[in-house]
Ligand binder design. Structure first.
Ligand code: HEC
Length: 154
């Protein structure tokens, strides 16, 4: 069940056309035929959002900064995906950047937040690739998550 939405490249592109960020360039159907292009046309050349090295770093940073209040399993799986459905990676990034850790909001370097978000993506079966998740809000807002058919309750 969890992985279905990665397979739905065409569904993503169709959904992407009507998505919130309508002004995004190059959301055309050119990549619809490529089976690997399931995530986002604006992502790095291979369609991924982060590197496995970054996610590993994020794992450690999550342990250092977040496990006093959270367990990693809160940020993976169906209920997490429903909560962030049709949202951008930038929405999670913005939330944690401005609100977390709850006892020190914004107290960590931007890179730390990006690495932790990469770790969350890895826990939700997003494929790792060759470019790191950036700290640029604009870029992150282009990266849509959990879009389209197949993800859970529709
Ligand atoms: C001192 C306790 C505390 C720490 C430390 C903390 N959080 Fe939270 N976190 C909370 C509380 C309480 C909420 C729920 C309240 C809210 O939504 O504002 C929350 C909510 C969240 C949510 C939104 C809910 C969800 O599951 O989507 C995310 C994402 C999150 N935290 C990520 C983090 C990350 C990443 C870190 C480490 C950098 C972190 N938190 C550290 C207390 C904490």
């Amino acid at each position: 069940m969890k992985k279905i939405f990665f397979g739905s490249a065409l569904a993503f592109v169709l959904a992407g056309c009507s998505a919130t960020y309508g002004a995004a360039p190059e959301t055309g159907g050119a990549q619809a035929a490529a089976p690997e292009a399931a995530v986002a046309p604006e992502a790095s050349s291979d369609g991924s959002f982060y590197t496995s090295r970054q996610a590993t770093r994020g794992d450690g940073l999550f342990r250092d900064n977040c496990v006093s209040c959270h367990s990693a399993s809160e940020f993976a799986g169906a209920s997490f995906q429903r909560r962030w459905r049709n949202r951008a990676v930038g929405d999670i990034y913005e939330f944690v950047l401005y609100s977390m850790p709850d006892d020190n909001p914004g107290g960590l370097p931007e890179q730390t937040y990006a690495d932790i978000v990469a770790y969350m993506l890895s826990m939700n079966d997003f494929p790792a690739g060759d470019s790191e998740l950036p700290t640029s809000m604009d870029a992150l807002m282009e990266m849509m998550m959990f879009t389209g058919a197949g993800g859970g309750d529709r």
